[in-house]
Design a protein around this ligand. Structure first.
Ligand code: IPM
Ligand code: MN
Length: 406
C-alpha cells in the first residue's frame, strides 16, 4: 500500500508535550492497523531564537517540508517580553509568526475548525441546547487582514501613523466560499447517512427561499463599516449560493455573530469568516466545543493534494501550564485524526484509524465524566487530569477489542 510521509513539528511549550503523547497514539495505530505512516521530527522551536539569537528554522525550511504528505504541528510561539516582538524574524526579513510562513508559503488557504460539543467535555454554557452545538468554521487562511502590508510613518514622533492594509481578492474569496458550501453539502450527506433527525435551517439571504433546508452556510462580514470587502464577500456569496440550491444561506455581522455564538450557537452549521475574524471566532467556538483542550484544526489547500496540509490544534504553546504535565493532549489527538481523515480520502485504513481516534477520545471523555464525577468540573474540587493519564486511557481504549477496524 501507499506510504505517507509525515513531518512532525512539536514546536514550543506544551506543543512538545501534546505531540509526544499523540505520536504514541499514532505509533499504536500504525502497528495495530498496519498504517503506512512514516514520520520524521523537525526540531524547529522558536525558543531557538532565545537561545542562539539565530534563526528558528533553516532558511530552506519551506522547501524541506514540501516533501512530506502532511505536517503535524504542536504549537509555535513563545511569548517573551514585549521588546522581543522581533523574535519571529526569519531569514528573509519577514517578521510574521512562523506559522503564517507555512500557511502562506504552502498556500494552505482554508483553515477548518470544527466545533462540536463531545459528550463529557466541559459545557460552558448553561442552556442545555448547548449540547447540540455542531458547526464548522471555515476560516480564510491566506490573505485579508494577514497580508502584512503597511508600515509606520514618522516613527516615534507624535505624528506617527501605522497602516495595516487588508487585501481581499475575488479569486481568494470565491474559492473560500465555494469550499464552505461544499463542506456544508458533505456534512448534510453525512448527517443523512447517520440517520439522525434532520436539522432545520432558515434562509435569510435568497429572494425566494425554499421552505425546507437541512444545512446552512453563514457568511460573516463587517459590511456596515468595511463596505468594500463586505460587498465583495456578499456578491460572491450570493452567486456561489446559486450552485447550492439545497443549502440555506445566512449572514451575520461579526459583532452580532460573537453574541449569537454565546446566545444560541446551536443554530449555526457552516460559518465562513475572514482570516482575522475567523481567528477570533474560532477561539470563541473552541470554548463551545469544550475548551482549547479538545479543539482541533487544520490548514489545507482543498484543490492540491501534492502540497502538505498542516494540522495543528487551535490552542497555542500555553506557557502558563508548560512542564506541569497537565496539558490536555486530546486537541492534538483529534487534530491527528483530522490528518488521518485527510490521508483517508486516498487510504481507507487511515480513514478508519481517524474514526478510532475520535471514538477513543469521545470514550475517554465519557469515562472521565462517570468515573471521576465532579473532579474535572469547572470550579469543582480536584486537580486537572494529567497528560499521562489521558494518554494511558486513550491507548488502552485503542488497544481494546472494541476498537477493531473491520
Ligand atoms: C491561530 C493562531 C495564529 C493566528 C497566530 C499564532 C499567528 O492564533 O492559529 O489561530 O492568528 O492565525
Ligand atoms: Mn488563533
Amino acid at each position: 500500500g501507499k506510504r505517507w510521509r509525515i513531518g512532525v513539528l512539536p514546536g514550543d511549550g506544551i506543543g512538545t508535550e501534546v505531540v509526544s503523547a499523540t505520536m504514541q497514539v499514532l505509533e499504536l495505530l500504525r502497528d495495530r492497523f498496519e498504517l503506512g505512516l512514516d514520520w520524521q521530527e523537525l526540531p524547529w522551536p522558536s525558543t531557538a531564537w532565545h537561545q542562539h539569537h539565530g534563526e528558528m528554522m533553516p532558511a530552506d525550511a519551506l522547501e524541506q517540508v514540501r516533501k512530506y504528505d502532511a505536517l503535524l504541528l504542536g504549537a509555535l510561539g513563545d511569548p517573551g517580553p514585549l521588546s522581543d516582538v522581533g523574535r519571529y524574524r526569519l531569514s528573509d526579513g519577514d517578521s510574521l509568526a512562523p506559522l503564517l510562513t507555512f500557511r502562506k508559503g504552502l498556500d494552505l488557504w482554508a483553515c477548518e475548525r470544527p466545533a462540536r460539543l463531545l459528550s463529557g467535555a466541559p459545557q460552558y454554557l448553561a442552556d442545555p441546547r448547548a449540547r447540540e452545538v455542531d458547526m464548522l468554521v471555515v476560516r480564510e487562511n491566506s490573505e485579508g487582514e494577514y497580508v502584512n502590508q503597511g508600515g509606520r510613518l514618522h516613527r516615534g514622533t507624535p505624528f506617527e501613523i501605522a497602516t495595516q492594509v487588508e487585501v481581499f481578492t475575488r479569486a481568494g474569496t470565491e474559492r473560500l466560499i465555494r469550499h464552505g458550501f461544499q463542506r456544508a453539502r458533505q456534512r448534510l450527506a453525512e448527517r443523512q447517512q447517520s440517520g439522525d433527525p434532520p436539522k432545520q435551517y432558515r434562509d435569510t439571504v435568497r429572494d425566494a427561499p425554499r421552505r425546507d433546508y437541512h444545512a446552512q452556510v453563514c457568511l460573516i462580514t463587517k459590511r456596515n463599516a468595511l463596505p468594500h470587502w463586505g460587498e465583495l464577500y456578499t456578491e460572491v456569496f450570493q452567486s456561489v449560493a446559486c450552485e447550492f440550491p439545497e443549502i440555506a444561506t445566512h449572514h451575520e455581522l461579526i459583532d452580532a455573530a460573537c453574541m449569537k455564538f454565546v446566545q444560541s450557537p446551536w443554530v449555526f452549521d457552516v460559518v465562513i469568516a475572514s482570516n482575522l475574524q475567523g481567528d477570533i471566532l474560532t477561539d470563541l467556538a473552541a470554548v463551545l466545543s469544550g475548551g482549547m483542550g479538545v479543539a482541533p484544526s487544520c490548514n489545507i489547500n482543498p484543490d492540491r493534494r501534492d502540497v502538505p496540509a498542516l494540522f495543528e490544534p487551535t490552542h497555542g504553546s500555553a506557557p502558563d501550564i508548560v512542564k506541569q504535565g497537565i496539558a490536555d493532549p486530546r486537541a492534538m489527538m483529534l487534530t491527528a485524526a483530522m490528518m488521518l481523515a485527510w490521508l483517508g480520502v486516498e487510504d481507507e485504513r487511515c480513514a478508519l484509524a481517524a474514526k478510532r481516534v475520535e471514538w477513543a477520545v469521545q470514550q475517554d471523555l465519557l469515562n472521565q465524566k462517570t468515573d471521576r464525577a465532579g473532579q474535572f468540573e469547572r470550579g469543582g474540587p480536584g486537580s486537572p487530569r494529567s497528560t499521562a493519564d489521558i494518554l494511558e486511557c486513550v491507548l488502552t481504549l485503542i488497544a481494546s477489542p472494541e476498537s477493531k477496524i473491520e
